[in-house]
Write a protein that binds this ligand. Structure first.
Ligand SMILES: [Ca+2]
Length: 384
């Protein structure tokens, strides 16, 4: 009499355990989205990396080579903004993100991420300054990642302001083998809570770790660490209604990830990954481990995600509350439709150029920067 319910219960438990242990399967090709078109607003940008709107409607655009540009009335001001910090433009590094202080209208503060050092010893940095016309004043360096590494790979580095006035900054793992830090492959630093490589970090607007950061009471840990185990996050976005934080992360060959970011958690890299080395061998036998967070989406083949927006506008009703993920290598954008903390479907927008950033404008349209020698600012609009 009692064996049957028990057996059913056991079967259910096994099924639910198996389900809990099964990581998400990689996404391959997805359907093309319809009902949109792209219009080039301007071109002639040298590998633009990020954009931000000023309250005036003007726009700031970073160029990786180390220039901060101003766009007014849809035209690129020929004169770059002066007073930038010293920047190492090498490989993937250079001037990267730009973000306005949440109270920019009162304090005119902007925040920049960029790489510093030289080809043999470099790192990601964060600075803030006051934007005064065509110049930056009161420049203050808030962060220099202490772990220095060789070469031009994996600097991160997106800035995302949270509703409490703190910010997240993504820091890459420093590079592929054979790049070394502290006598080990740099990527292994992603698992060390003493290191800022391969992390998201959380800072207040002065660059200090907030007292409620997850590792402030962990002996030896860097109190700035917010999450661990990342390879190279270049997209960070907030769902303002739920407060969910989303991050898009580069894998090596295959295994790009979209993750739901929660304080103190470990996202696995390089111990857990669908990614393999560019030259063929596996990086880890594990695609899942207890105590490490599974990705919400895994992209194989890689889209090389860069730039991520949570869309809240009215111009594209079908995309409302979806994530918009730029992709470098496949020269496209992925629309990721969400069901709360899960992804339910994806669509593709073929842009035809490497997408470095995608942002929702104050007008509700989507704006795209392309990572090309002759990079462009593109507006996405409904087709009809
Ligand atoms: Ca992961």
């Amino acid at each position: 009499m009692f064996t049957r319910p028990a057996t059913v219960l056991a079967a259910l438990l096994i099924a639910s355990a198996a389900h809990a242990l099964a990581p998400v399967e990689p996404t391959g090709a997805v359907p093309e989205a319809t009902g949109w078109k792209q219009t080039t607003i301007l071109s002639g940008l040298d590998h633009p990396w990020a954009l931000a709107w000023l309250p005036s409607g003007d726009m700031l655009i970073t160029e990786r080579e180390g220039r901060l540009r101003l766009v007014r009335d849809g035209k690129l001001d020929p004169k770059p903004i002066e007073g930038l910090p010293e920047i190492l433009a090498h490989g993937q590094g250079g001037l990267m993100d730009v973000s306005l202080h949440p109270k920019f209208a009162d304090n005119q503060l902007i925040y920049l991420t960029y790489s510093i050092g030289d080809r043999n010893a470099n790192a990601t940095a964060l600075a803030r300054a006051r934007l005064d016309g065509h110049a930056l004043t009161d420049l203050r360096v808030l962060l220099e990642v202490p772990q220095k590494k060789k070469g031009g790979q994996h600097f991160g580095s997106r800035i995302l302001w949270l509703p409490d006035g703190t910010m997240l900054v993504s820091i890459g793992d420093g590079g592929n083998p054979p790049v070394q830090v502290d006598g080990e492959n740099s990527r292994n630093q992603a698992q060390r809570n003493t290191s800022l490589l391969g992390k998201t970090i959380r800072l207040d607007d002065q660059g200090q770790p907030p007292k409620d950061n997850p590792l402030v009471n962990t002996p030896g840990a860097d109190p700035r660490v917010f999450t661990l185990g990342h390879r190279n996050i270049q997209g960070l976005a907030l769902d303002p209604a739920s407060g969910r934080i989303w991050a898009s992360e580069h894998g090596a060959r295959g295994g790009d990830e979209l993750n739901l970011i929660q304080p103190g958690l470990n996202y696995g890299w390089p111990l857990v990954t669908f990614s393999i080395e560019y030259w063929g061998p596996s990086i880890s036998p594990d695609q899942h481990r207890e105590g490490m967070e599974d990705a919400v989406v895994v992209w194989t083949p890689c889209i090389a995600p860069s730039g991520l927006t949570f869309y809240t506008g009215d111009r594209f009703p079908a995309w409302k509350n979806a994530l918009i993920a730029g992709g470098l290598v496949l020269k496209q954008i992925r629309i990721v439709h969400l069901d709360g903390p899960k992804a339910k479907s994806q669509e593709n927008l073929a842009i035809g150029q490497r997408v470095r950033d995608v942002r929702q404008g104050p007008d509700g349209f989507l704006y795209v920067l392309t990572d090309e020698d002759n990079g462009a600012l593109i507006r996405l609009e409904p087709a009809n």
